[in-house]
Design a protein around this ligand. Sequence first.
Ligand SMILES: NC(=O)c1ccc[n+]([C@@H]2O[C@H](COP(=O)([O-])OP(=O)(O)OC[C@H]3O[C@@H](n4cnc5c(N)ncnc54)[C@H](O)[C@@H]3O)[C@@H](O)[C@H]2O)c1
Length: 261
Amino acid sequence: MGQRLSGKVALITGAAQGIGAAIARAMAQEGARLFVSDRNVVGVTALAQELGATPLAHDVTVEAEWDAVAAAIEKATGKLDILVNNAGIELVKPVSEMSLVEWRQVMAVNLDALFIGSKTLRSLLVAGGSPSSPSSIVNLSSIAGLVGFPNQAAYNTSKGGVRHLTKSLAIEWAAHGHSIRVNSIHPGCIRTPMLEMAVDLWVKTGALPAEDPWAAVGALCPMNTVGDPRDIAMGAVYLASDEARFVTGAELVIDGGWVAR
Ligand SMILES: NC(=O)c1ccc[n+]([C@@H]2O[C@H](COP(=O)([O-])OP(=O)(O)OC[C@H]3O[C@@H](n4cnc5c(N)ncnc54)[C@H](O)[C@@H]3O)[C@@H](O)[C@H]2O)c1
């Protein structure tokens, strides 16, 4: 076990599976005290047992549930050093078939929740940070927040919003003298339940071949492979640690070269 996050308290949302679970495992290995939250209570409770973490039932779209999360952390530790806004949903649908309700649901989970969470936990993050060891918000955006992809306009737009909310908060809180850094991570194709659902859909619609669709997804990437959740987790550990003490408002692209072309 390493010590890069020793003494730090972290909250990871959407931690029941995929990238969130990988970030939780990596942060536990680096010595952080963890709160893991998800609307999937069974999944996040199992992960918490594995890691000796505290599970929290938490739908990130509900403001009152953020208040309850803040109260639980305040009572247990009185501070927060790391907030990983990871919970997210994908919607694969062309604009012509997308309802306003669907559009707003994607925005609620992927973007509005980051506004609510950052605002609600700000004072605990202020308590956790100091000039030599600022606290850290890590926001999960996507390469879809940097470039467009067809048939997922709501997702792309929400992730573009995450990128810009990240920079806005980084600058605003630095101007207010808060020791809180705010950065975004932009994963490419990472093999998780979310991407598995999308790949199934792309196979059904003929966008990917039925035979070995994962090889085809990998072939879209310059490095000719699909990423692993741990590839993202190691970036999150870096941004959360004091190694990144002078890094704020930045976007860390982890995509096997996708947007470098
Ligand atoms: N997998 C990829 O290729 C990829 C690429 C770019 C960005 N991302 C982003 O990374 C993050 C994690 O993605 P993943 O692939 O692990 O997804 P996933 O679907 O496998 O896991 C997402 C988790 O978020 C939780 N969640 C969803 N809505 C929630 C809500 N309202 N409240 C609380 N929890 C909620 C789910 O229960 C689940 O545990 C997301 O923000 C996603 O947009 C993923």
